[in-house]
Design a protein around this ligand. Sequence first.
Ligand code: SF4
Length: 884
Amino acid sequence: MKRLLYLETQPYLRAKEVAGQNQHEVLTPTRGVARSLRQRKQSLRDFATRLLQAQGIIIAPPLNAQRALREAIQQKVQPHDIAGMTRAWMPTVQALLQAAPNLEITLAGYSERAKQLIQVTQLYQHLLHQQNFVDSAEVLWRATEHSPERSPVLIYGYFQPQADELALIEAIAADNSIFCLPLADHALFTHQQRVVDDLQKQGWQVETTPTLAPETPGAWLANQFLNPTATATPDPFEIAAYAYPNSEAEARNVLTQVKQRLHEGVPAREIVVVTQDEAAYGPLLLDIAWEYSVPLRALYSVPLSATRIGAWLTLLLDVVQQQFPFELTARLLSHPLSMNAGAEFWATVRQQRPSGFDSWQKIAQTLEFDLSSLKLPSSARRDTWVEKLKGIFQAFNLRRRASRWARESVAYNALEDGLVTLSRPEGEKLTWPEFAEEVLASLAVLSTPAQPGRGGVELHTPLSVMGARYRHVFVMGALEGELPAPVQNDPMLDFYERKQLKTLGVHLPDAAEFARQAAFEFYALLHTATESFTISYAKVSGEPSVYFKRLGLSFSAIPAKAIASPEEARRIYLRQAESLDDPVLQQAIAAFQVEQHRESSALPNEYDGVVGVPFDYSQHWFSASQVTQLGQCPFKWFASRVLKLAEAEELDEELNPALRGNLYHKVVELALKAAQADPSLDVTDEQRLNDWFIEAEALVKLPSFTAWEARRVEHVKILRRAMQQPEFWPPGTEVLKLEEKFEGEWQGLKIRGYVDRLDRTEDGLVLIDYKTSSKAPVGVKDETGKARIDLQLPLYQAVAALALYPDKAVCRTSYFSLTVGKDISPKKTPTQAELEGVAERLKTTLSTGQYPVQPDIDGHACRYCAYDSLCRAGNRLNRKGETA
Ligand code: SF4
């Protein structure tokens, strides 16, 4: 009996034939390759892992491996940034472990960095072995040391076998074994030829049988790749090359073609999408595949830090670390993976703006909702920390919430596995920041497949489909500099050092081998296509790959794209006369038309406040500020008084101008009332003012602000300074009324309100309105659209004075600033004609129901307006009425 090498340019058919005889244990590197042979997947790695497990040796979980390497680096190098160095060194350390059965080599003649690297790798390996762990990169070597049982095997898909793979094959392949390798008389097969030579020295025999050459587009392209000719693509083969404008267009078109194939009845497993950079294309493809309902599977690794679970946990660690600040805690509790706290909870939270664990817990408990699992000690044993974290997961029902997404579910399991490592050594005590830092670091090490699951169309790299067969192959991102993958020098171990190591039996690929491997991967990729092969790139991303030219492909015109999702259909039908029976589209069309009208030069319609419904103002009581609002911008009044839109009650962290105004008004009212009762009282006494502030804060229900005690002192000083000014309370003035209610009529409008203060002087009555601003308030619009007509003081004079003291003369009305302590009344008093003109305009607005978005031309009215996001004021207003 003998062991045979089947050598052909494409050994697939031969391998399939042998596998079908069921006389061999079939070993393939991937599930896709096994599926092509209609076999169950078993790889050399699976075989080795099982063998080691039987000996009590397992592959080190990622966090254990990270820890061991960290310790090895600490012992040998002692760097400043241990975490960064561990991350950076891990790939090269693993490459070294895979490249040789052992690293017992002399270090003379190597650079200091290379020496350190080899020493660290040796120590890392030793630390793992002490715990009965092996690194995943050395599994095959270690398995060969445990005298595996030999059996007849069929090896297929290992087209660029590495030293560790060859060693294990040699150790397990009994007589009658068959190793299928691609081989042709071409420089691309240099590595394979060397492998064949070595295997022959070990007794393998070459079986030469006539090549079974299938007529497939893949085979034709592969032949073109080896021997480029100017031959046109044979007619029966579906081969196409496209240049799309950008990556999104490329992804949408490729997935539309995939969807068409699925509709034609092609099983999903017989279609593959291939790209050199899965992580770059993956998120875009997965998003569009979801929109198109194309079952796309992407198995490339995503660190937990890039998953929802990772984001949630990072937020949780920050919240605890920063002691439950408002914004961050609100973000954590409103995260999709947190419990649904309900509208009542959030309304209370907005009003009270809790900060600190106790404040949050108080609100939560009133709604029978418990946050106590988030209360953590400052230090604890490792195992206690892990238990506490698991307790939080349980309280938030994290596993169940994560199960809505396949990826998050797998991520949760990876996290739980990682916590086992984090809990050891159990007795070690850590502070919360130390433990939190480890959890955070582990999120970068632990990983999950991007889109796990079985079945569906798979996304792969050229390497991961090597040896498989698919009816339809779509290659994306065929850009120069990406396909083939560029040769890059490893900064940890450069090509010169790699060459030196090769002489000692450490087989790390050099630059030429890297380049050859990348080209071979593409060659093998071409072979995978049995019915159609489509290759594309996005023009905006760069130049097309040289492979287009080498294959003799010219770009075809991009075919008309079929509508692949309801969203795409809506985008198209949104602007067309014909429509679809789709309630979402009907609403979208209505909303789109509203938007078009809003942005056009057509006159405002009902969506811009021109509702045309008369308002019976004879029955309505207006305040001075309402009349001012209406006169400044009709829409502002309409939104507030007709639509009754109110701002969400949300507590500010700072004292806002309105609240400050209320507070100052109340303090002055208390002070002057006290002075009315006791005229000898000094209302500017600092201590008394302070007491009135405290009383006023309770009356206006001032929320608690941080460091308010200290900030109150500042406010007392400001108000005291204002009240000490002679204009505040001139000698010979008697305060008659404070916050006095009045009602009356002005120009046919019913007016009611409160006058802040009414004084009697020798010259007559003085009506005062307090302001906290330092300038006179913005008036209503005049005929030119400028907000320069003050209405409030004329209303005081015409309505308040008449209602309160009909028989007394008014000598003055004024605004007094409680911030700067002076009279800030407008310089110019409006004329009677101007006031009448304003009144007429307001009444016309009301009786015609026309409340357009029309602020004053300088936009003063918009400055503190709460409706800016609703009215969409802006440049569009300049266009309004252009066509009228
Ligand atoms: S933001 Fe300006 S335009 Fe808009 S409603 Fe307010 S005042 Fe009117």
